[in-house]
Design a protein around this ligand. Sequence first.
Ligand SMILES: [Zn+2]
Length: 168
Amino acid sequence: MGMRCPYCNSSDSRVADSRPDTEDAVIRRRRVCNQCGAKFTTVERIQMRDLVVVKNSGKQEPFDREKLRRSIKLACRNRDVGDEQIERLVASIQRRLETDSMDDTVTSVAVGQMVSDSLLNLDPIAFIRFVSVYRKFSKVSDFKKIIDKIPEADEGAQVCPLPKTSLF
Ligand SMILES: [Zn+2]
């Protein structure tokens, strides 16, 4: 696969042996040149793509996985969502962004949309919290519009944490 022999420069070689290194992100392959018979080793390293987020203002910044995790965790605060679920969510969002992006850039709108779609499936309250921050809600009507998007099946989901009897 285009791996040139360091001795004769032929790109025709075969893999004689491959094994993962002690680090999981590295694989060493023992190769044999089909042209001159020389043996050499190649090291394959898994490279995470460096995504760049393009904001509404046009400003670009590196994709920050930790920031994404924090914002999701904040939206899920005091909700029945565990750290492991949040971690899985972040991982799946990152994978989808990497898969969808043709040129390693994603828009902040696309990221926000992906997060809100995922949260809507996970927890409606976390969804509302996240969207209100990400879309900078300032009016009650903003909330009304978004709440209408929540499927009715989820409406009973502990929306009101106050004990009904102690209000008066
Ligand atoms: Zn060779």
